[in-house]
Design a protein around this ligand. Structure first.
Ligand code: ZN
Length: 117
């Protein structure tokens, strides 16, 4: 998306003779439209089960989850304190997935997911 945004800026810059704030206006409109497109394409948010947490994030080499499964990340919470473990080899890709568990609980209940990993 960043490269697309840079492309939009490049396309707008050749417009000459406008005051700088006027040149920014088309860019702001494009950014707003892109934000709307992103919002329309995203999934409905899972209800948040926790408003705040103290999170300890650890990069680890192995996660003990289920004997026959390789977990990329794991989160556990108790009394508002959460421990998130992410396999070092997957960092930073699984951090967001596990942070979602902190705030949304079992957001992909009923199936294993590597979304965000
Ligand atoms: Zn998960």
């Amino acid at each position: 998306m960043a490269s697309r945004l840079r492309g939009v800026e490049t396309a707008i810059l050749p417009v000459s003779g406008w005051h700088s704030s006027v040149r920014l206006a088309p860019a702001a409109i494009v950014y707003a439209l892109l934000a709307l497109l992103t919002g329309c394409a995203s999934e409905p948010a899972t209800p948040v089960t926790r408003d705040e947490a103290l999170i300890h994030v650890r990069l680890v080499d192995k996660i003990d989850y289920k004997p026959s499964m390789k977990a990329f990340g794991l989160s556990r919470c108790a009394n508002g304190v959460c421990v998130v473990e992410v396999l070092r080899e997957n960092y930073p890709y699984c951090v967001g997935h596990e942070i979602r568990h902190v705030f949304e609980g079992d957001w992909h209940a009923g199936h294993e997911s590597t979304e965000g990993c």
